[in-house]
Design a protein around this ligand. Sequence first.
Ligand SMILES: *Cc1c(COP(=O)(O)O)cnc(C)c1O
Length: 421
Amino acid sequence: MDLQTKALHAGYTKDTQGTMAVPIYMTTAYEFRDVEHAANLFALKELGNIYTRLNNPTTDVFEKRFAELEGGEAALATSSGMSAIFYAIANSAEAGDNIVCAKQLYGGSLTQTAHTLKRFGIESRFFDVHKPELIETLIDDKTKVIFFESLTNPSIDVADIEAITAIADKHGILTVVDNTVATPVLCRPFEFGVDITVHSASKYTTGQGLSIGGILVERKGLIEKLKANPRYAHFNEPDHSYHGLVYVDVPLPPFTLRARLSLLRDLGAVVSPFNSWLFIQGIETFALRMREHSKNALELATFLEAHPKVKKVNYPGLKSNSNYENAQKYFDGGACSGLLSFEVASLEEATKIVNATELYSLVVNIGDSKSIITHPASTTHQQLSEEELLACGVPSGLIRISCGLESSKDLIDDIKQALEA
Ligand SMILES: *Cc1c(COP(=O)(O)O)cnc(C)c1O
């Protein structure tokens, strides 16, 4: 079945009312038939609803549908993209362990890995996503995760996914990929050997900037990589917090099972059923939207590249871009989402352009149906000096755009008048 068809039907069996729309089950808890039923649910002898922190029928549809789109076995929804990332790492590593991360990460992921996880005793070691061959110099027997983004935000690079998964597999290490910007529509990392994907559902999944949420997806057959793997004793030994359950001995996808039974149970970053429902609405048009976002961005990038006031355009869909080959290899039809950036001569020039646009909203978000413009040097990267800005690839004249679903002609016209104002 094609992705667009799965996006409309996967994971939902019409309930007793025959509702075409997936119902929103706003409930905290569920009635058990009797004591035996309750005991069976807790013992995993029977699967079913217990309490909405652990599972919910609306969220279940969102999880199953998203797992299908990504080509994975199972998924776990969370309250935000950041909590999905934290659960993916906390499900693999503990105090005394280390993880290897790409330098080119979302700002929140950089602070989570470099600072917050460090306080929990997990060390992060960073590599340049363009130099995957250096990963091996960072690995030791305490390395539990290699973490990177398929299409990086905000630097707009495309990872050579297979080069990284080959190294991870050689050492039996789990790969976690943040696939937020590429989305399952454009990139399916499991086809290139990735083990776990994480997403912020707050971006293209909801698609209209409606809500915060996240999701973690596990690939098919991950159990084989975890079984008897000395790096992941916690999947192979009894979990005393769950009456001695051994995750690889249960006939259920082990990674999401442990994330649900242990992390969601104890840390509780659960998504609201209402938000899951919003994400389900977004998914119905996911494929249509991603194609249109990508088309608009390519047209705008092509226009910008030819404009005399523009020094440089970063968009992996342009032949001139150093990520072009990877984008062709890893992204469906080479489509690269709505995220692009471009550089003008100075901070003053960039400020003037951003202020002169009318159609673009000045917002620190991406993936909305409405176009967004940001000037990183005066907002997200404000605390950095001129040298530091250059070092992290954010010159002061850099403008970032998340192309929405307006007509590309209007988007180009507005940037043109702003450039020439
Ligand atoms: C926004 C974003 C996140 C964080 O997601 P939230 O839902 O805001 O917590 C993580 N990774 C990437 C690539 C993002 O763009």
